[in-house]
Design a protein around this ligand. Structure first.
Ligand code: ATP
Length: 328
């Protein structure tokens, strides 16, 4: 291991809410859905710390962060963790380049509900890519990291751009948009997650797609036009996965109604759900709404947040290994 490389790197990456999420195509071979979406990044951010090990192992430990009230599900501390996949993909790349690829301990502080439609696992992968790029001295640019990201998941690359972006296709085409004003949100999480592939499966089963390839161009114009307008955001909000998510979890209709009753400008399913996103007029309105709706029987936690938020970034680079106490 070269003496010039850092031993510990900490990075963070934003979660997201999709302002618009329209299915615009289906790849008949892979079954993957082509999307047109606006990623609105949130100040709910995952923090990922990578520390070099003396051997070649890669380990992962996941702990709840300050904005995480529910218990973490089991199964996050293994090789399927998306942050592990991100680190391994860059280690293998480093090896292919003839570079050192030491073992790495990954420590994740989660602030985003798991399987909540807010891309928490993808944000972990995104932060891990940024940190591993630094730790392994790879000097890859954003576009190169995005190529590794999309092979892990369609929701990984957007965090490299942050703020607000148009995502076209299968996660590989990210086009930055104007950030626009700060928006105030409350995210109403659920005690049970909803699997993204299951929601897409329900979308297919309901046969909601008809002639969607033709609509892509006009949708793109509509989104870009609306985001340039005076009161754009309400014109843009639309989620093709809301109907299938509500079919799978009808009780979420009630959470949407409660959020609207409590003053939300708009309340809708975030991504593939089950988290409900409530858009509010101000920070005070968001806090009031959170206080009112937090006691709803279907709501696990009411998380106040703002967006847009910046891209994944390095928070700290250290040449000292963390002490035993810091490791936990
Ligand atoms: P998206 O909005 O991108 O569809 P999501 O927010 O609904 O994703 P995630 O929290 O990213 O869902 O996790 C989905 C599944 O991925 C989880 O059920 C879990 O099994 C797996 N997973 C793997 N790594 C992680 C991770 N680091 N954090 C959370 N889940 C992870």
């Amino acid at each position: 291991m070269s003496a010039t490389l850092a031993r510990v790197v900490t990075a963070d990456a934003p979660g997201k809410v999709n302002l618009i999420l329209r299915v615009t195509g289906l790849d008949a071979q892979t079954g993957y859905h082509e999307l047109l979406t606006v990623f609105h990044c949130l100040n709910l951010r995952e923090v990922v710390r990578l520390s070099v090990r003396a051997d070649e192992k890669v380990t992962v430990q996941t702990v709840p962060g300050p904005s995480f009230a529910g218990a973490l599900p089991s199964g996050l501390d293994g090789p399927d963790n998306l942050a592990v996949r991100a680190v391994q993909s860059l280690r293998h790349y480093a090896q292919d380049q003839g570079k050192d690829a030491p073992g790495i301990d990954i420590h994740i502080t989660k602030n985003i509900p798991v399987a909540g439609g807010m891309a928490g696992g993808s944000a972990d992968a995104c932060a891990a890519l940024v940190a591993a790029n630094e730790l392994l001295g790879l000097n890859m640019n954003r576009e190169e990291l995005a190529r590794f990201g999309v092979s892990i998941g369609a929701d990984v690359p957007y965090g490299l751009w942050g703020e607000q972006s148009l995502g076209v296709g299968f996660g590989n085409d990210i086009r930055p948009l104007d950030a626009g004003p700060t928006r105030h949100w409350v995210f109403l999480s659920s005690s049970r997650g909803l699997s993204t592939p299951v929601v897409f499966g329900e979308y297919d089963r309901l046969e909601l797609h008809n002639g969607f390839n033709e609509q892509r161009r006009s949708l793109e114009d509509k989104v870009l036009g609306a985001l340039r307008g005076d009161n754009p955001i309400l014109e843009v909000i639309e989620n093709d996965l809301q109907a299938p998510a509500l079919r799978l979890r009808p009780e979420l209709e009630d959470v949407i109604a409660a959020a609207k009753e409590a003053g939300a400008v708009s309340a809708f399913v975030s991504g593939s759900g089950p988290t409900i996103a409530a858009l509010c007029e101000s920070e005070a309105a968001a806090k009031d709404l959170a206080a009112t709706v937090a006691s709803h029987p279907e709501v696990c936690e009411a998380i106040v947040a703002t967006g847009p938020s910046g891209p994944a970034r390095i928070l700290a680079v250290d040449n000292e290994a963390p002490s035993e106490r810091e490791r936990t």
